[in-house]
Design a protein around this ligand. Structure first.
Ligand SMILES: Cc1ncc(COP(=O)(O)O)c(C=O)c1O
Length: 288
């Protein structure tokens, strides 16, 4: 597949190898920017409106002016799919920074945002979705504004690496014992038929798949309680799962040394994955 990242600042589509930025670029030097990852199934974006809305919310929150209206942005991203003749499962990455300027902490004056976006193939991880994943717990040492999808991902990167070095897929983060989310996903605990997850406050990302899960639980008559669960609650959980655009609705079968439930994806997690597969119009669903 030929990938054409687009420099949206100039509304141009170009081959990715032609994309060049000076090293005095605010995303590179300060992490002064925002991003989105949008899932693609069979060549179509999933939860497109939600992601574009969140991109604009993140931009507003860091006082970054995007040079497009939402509609123009959507048109460009849709055109990117066509230009790439995208037909497979994949993902879009888009980032917007405060532009290229001599290094100085304060915002540069009269400088346009640098924006680019590109597509990758991303097959669904059928092994993970069928069998679930292992996780570790870590202290959440991030700042208070995690609702902004900012380029500053160092604590998330370190937490994910720690998980990987322990043979795990994700790190479950907590503040003083209260679970917030994971390094790159939202997390949920199921107990007595109810789903618990941290409320959408400023200290977690408001996941687009989480928004979809809210709809699914309503449709399925499963109570969703927006209340942080604690590390202590984990040992008596019936099920746990996490959600993100790349992970979908993914069962957590182990947290540190604790096996969750019987060590297999639980019934409510399976129902929510089935609802996800239906909503995303996935061909050959796992949970038929
Ligand atoms: C920290 C964090 N929380 C939650 C999510 C899930 O967000 P979404 O469902 O929009 O992919 C992500 C996704 O990358 C994330 O990085």
């Amino acid at each position: 597949m030929t990938v054409y990242p687009i420099t949206l600042t100039e509304s141009k589509f170009m081959h990715k190898d032609l994309l060049k930025y000076p090293f005095e670029e605010r995303g590179l030097q300060f992490g002064d920017g925002i991003y989105e990852v949008i899932r693609i199934y069979q060549g179509s974006y999933y939860l497109f409106e939600e992601h574009v809305d969140r991109l604009f919310r993140s931009a507003d929150a860091i006082k970054l002016e995007l040079p497009y209206t939402k509609q123009e942005m959507k048109d460009l991203l849709l055109e990117l799919l066509t230009k790439n003749d995208m037909k497979t499962d994949g993902k879009l990455y888009i980032q917007a920074t405060r532009g290229s300027a001599p290094r100085d902490h304060a915002f540069p004056v009269g400088v346009k945002s640098n924006i680019y976006a590109y597509l990758n193939d991303l097959p669904r991880n059928l092994d993970h979705l069928t069998n679930g994943v292992k996780t570790i717990t870590q202290r959440d040492v991030r700042w208070e504004n995690c609702f902004i999808k900012s380029l500053n991902l160092l604590p998330n990167v370190l937490a994910k690496q720690e998980a990987k070095e322990n043979g795990c897929y994700e790190a479950i983060l907590h503040r003083e014992g209260k679970v917030t989310e994971c390094s790159s996903s939202n997390v949920y605990l199921v107990k007595d038929g109810k789903v618990y997850t941290h409320p959408t406050k400023n200290n977690i990302l408001h996941g687009c798949v989480r928004m979809a899960v809210e709809r699914f639980t309503t449709d399925l008559n499963i109570p969703l309680i927006e209340e942080a669960f604690t590390l202590d609650d984990i040992s008596s959980a019936d099920e746990m799962f996490l959600t993100s655009s790349t992970s979908e609705v993914l069962s957590v079968v182990q947290v540190d040394k604790t096996t969750i439930g019987n060590g297999r994806p639980g019934n409510i997690t399976k129902q929510l994955l089935a609802a996800y597969e239906k909503d995303a119009n996935i061909k050959n669903p796992i949970q038929a």
